[in-house]
Design a binder for this molecule. Sequence first.
Ligand SMILES: NC(=O)c1ccc[n+]([C@@H]2O[C@H](COP(=O)([O-])OP(=O)(O)OC[C@H]3O[C@@H](n4cnc5c(N)ncnc54)[C@H](OP(=O)(O)O)[C@@H]3O)[C@@H](O)[C@H]2O)c1
Length: 254
Amino acid sequence: MRELTGKCALVTGGGSGMGAVIARALADAGATVVVAGRRMDALLEVAASSKDIVAMTADVTDEASLKALFDKIASEVGDLDIVIANAGAAESAPFRRTGLDLWRRMMDVNLTSVFMTFQQALAGGMAKRGEGRLVAIASTAGLKGYPYVSAYAAAKHGVIGLTRSLALELAETGITVNAVCPGFTLTPMLERSIENIMQKTGKSREEAAAALTAGNPQRRFVLPEEVAQSVLYLCGPNSGSMTGQALSVSGGEI
Ligand SMILES: NC(=O)c1ccc[n+]([C@@H]2O[C@H](COP(=O)([O-])OP(=O)(O)OC[C@H]3O[C@@H](n4cnc5c(N)ncnc54)[C@H](OP(=O)(O)O)[C@@H]3O)[C@@H](O)[C@H]2O)c1
């Protein structure tokens, strides 16, 4: 069913992992989709998979770069109906070795980026029409703690606070604001986490992966397609009552 026909969507971090799968799912549902990130080669690869996906570079930690992206979308593609703030990064360190530089990097890329992305979205036609869908890809780390990622978890908790508050501010419009909270999901980010555990602990790949799936009651990784399905649901025409939610896609972890 192509229930998003005629809709225009942006997926930040759409050049890889979950963002790429979400972009393809939105395009398959009929939307025209802009994928944005810093690496044009990765974005072009995703755009090559569908005639309805357009690649544009942007750095979500840079306000001027984000503004230029939204201006380019408005002039070359159209008014955005759907904005998925998916770009993010995860760096780990014990709390005592979490320097202010790591802390600020995690806040910038995972939290301030969502703040700026949603602000840009609401500065455009979406707010005037009073119709739209804003979705942040947070994490189960936005709902519970994990050791060695205090900065990342603090940023993702912040994303959920931002989502809940903005949803209330916009509740009397037709714009919904939600967060999706995946557990450990099979993407390049997870691959990097597995390699990091192998390096730091001497564990084999299987042991490192098992350490991460141990927290998931289904004892497996979440698939990016399962995350994309929840995003599609939130963006659908009959999801207007779903707002201010943090939807956990985590095999029952939380
Ligand atoms: N994988 C998991 O287990 C997991 C679990 C829960 C939540 N998440 C969240 O899911 C989201 C997607 O992550 P993923 O797992 O799909 O990892 P990924 O493959 O590493 O994707 C992250 C994307 O973010 C983009 N990005 C990073 N910094 C950026 C910046 N400054 N400006 C613009 N784009 C930037 C990257 O593109 P460029 O490098 O080209 O800029 C990349 O495409 C993230 O928010 C992550 O925190 C992941």
